[in-house]
Write a protein that binds this ligand. Structure first.
Ligand code: NIG
Ligand code: FE
Length: 385
């Protein structure tokens, strides 16, 4: 028996940002969805016939955002910490332990429901792929539980047992636990391993040890690198072939060179600088050196409690001097590269039909009209949410 797949034509697209470097922008465009994938995209005048038609009425279309860095499995509240920062207190990462205590005390259903509500919030704002880290459990069972919940929400799960050393524990003993028993319990639920390489968290040797153990267990590498100080994180990430070095706020010339000559993406998280009132990373320096750049939210209760990729695009343009084109590219194609994915982040033939119709004639409006809810409709795997 043969079945005929239904094809859907979306035409009337004022401006299509495809994310495909070969043909990034198409005016007066159309695209065809078939079996949840992009079957065709191009000028509307050349569009093939389809079973169903939808008129975008001059709106812009972009690939769904790829948010390649978030920490959604947590409980508790750090409003007071944010308030204190806005009165001049610095951000140190010390509040992570507050969230760890609240997360350990929370039931599994509470954690899962909360994380699901954050993913729903993200989707409504145009994010169709999200990476989710553990890192607020910091014991074998609490980290495993966090990752198990994360697997119900995304394929892009990251083991971040090495977020900080939990209160009352010896650092060396904890590094051994993370690279041994905890890794073994968590690896079946994780695609990636990540380390917060920073003063007060994990130093270069510890970072290397944990990443190498993760690699041996079959996980891909990501690093929280150079967020608060100019540490060794970026160079270790590049050396070990990490998919991404995240934050990249304090970089030496050698760090920029290492990123430019490696396959490691620099993932910038301007929500963190916004929310910790810190200087933004020098995106221009990275782009001008030829580094691959991604943008992500870093959604977490401490340093960046935003789920909005559009907000990060606006910050990148206004505060980090990225052009609107560079910013939308980093938030879609860049995020996909940071996750080593070729099936999302662009709207070329064969990619997943994850796309956003904006209530605006151009993606430029994401920065030009900051804070305005511009998401008209979101398609996930060809299905309208
Ligand atoms: O990416 N820097 C380390 N981890 C998070 C912050 C976590 C927290 O403050 O709870 C980040 O900014
Ligand atoms: Fe983070």
């Amino acid at each position: 028996m043969t079945t005929t797949a239904t094809t859907t034509l979306i035409d009337g697209i004022g401006l299509l940002y495809t994310g495909d470097p070969e043909r990034e922008e198409i005016s007066d465009a159309a695209l065809v969805i078939e079996d949840g994938l992009i079957a065709w995209s191009g000028p509307a005048a050349e569009a093939p016939a389809a079973d169903e038609r939808m008129d975008a009425a001059g709106r812009a279309v972009i690939p769904g955002f790829v948010d390649s860095h978030s920490h959604l499995i947590f409980a508790g509240d750090r409003t007071a910490e944010f308030q204190a920062r806005m009165s001049g207190e610095p951000y140190t990462g010390g509040g992570i332990r507050t969230t760890v205590a609240a997360t350990r005390a929370a039931g599994e259903a509470e954690l899962a429901t909360h994380a699901f509500s954050l993913v729903r919030e993200m989707r409504a704002q145009g994010t169709t792929t999200v990476e989710i880290k553990s890192g607020y459990g910091l014991s074998v069972e609490h980290e495993r539980r966090s990752l198990e919940i994360a697997t119900t929400l995304t394929d892009e799960t990251t083991f971040l047992g090495a977020h900080v050393v939990p209160a009352g524990m010896d650092a060396d003993a904890y590094v051994r636990l993370v690279s041994g028993e905890m890794l073994e319990a968590c690896a079946p639920y994780a695609r990636w391993v990540d380390v917060f390489c920073e003063e007060g968290a994990f130093d270069g040797d510890q970072t290397r040890e944990i990443l190498t153990a993760g690699q041996k267990a079959g996980l891909g590498l990501r690093v929280h690198a150079n967020q608060l100080t100019e540490g060794p994180g970026v160079r270790i990430a590049c050396e070990l072939g990490a998919a991404s070095a995240d934050h990249c706020t304090h970089l030496s010339a050698a760090d920029v060179d290492a990123l430019a000559s490696s396959g490691t993406v620099a993932t910038l998280l301007p929500g963190a600088e916004f929310s910790t009132r810190s200087p933004y990373p020098d995106a221009r320096r990275l782009l001008d050196a030829g580094v691959s750049v991604a943008l992500a939210t870093d959604c977490n209760p401490g340093s960046s409690f935003t789920s909005s990729m559009a907000f990060c695009v606006a910050l990148a343009v206004r505060e980090m001097r990225m052009t609107p084109l560079e910013a939308i590219r980093a938030a879609t194609y860049g995020g996909a590269r940071a996750l080593r994915r070729t099936d999302v982040g662009w709207l070329r033939r064969g990619a997943r039909a994850d796309l956003v119709i904006l209530d605006a004639p151009s993606y430029v409006h994401l920065a030009y009209r900051p804070g305005v809810p511009l998401v008209h409709q979101v398609f996930l795997g060809g299905l309208l949410l």
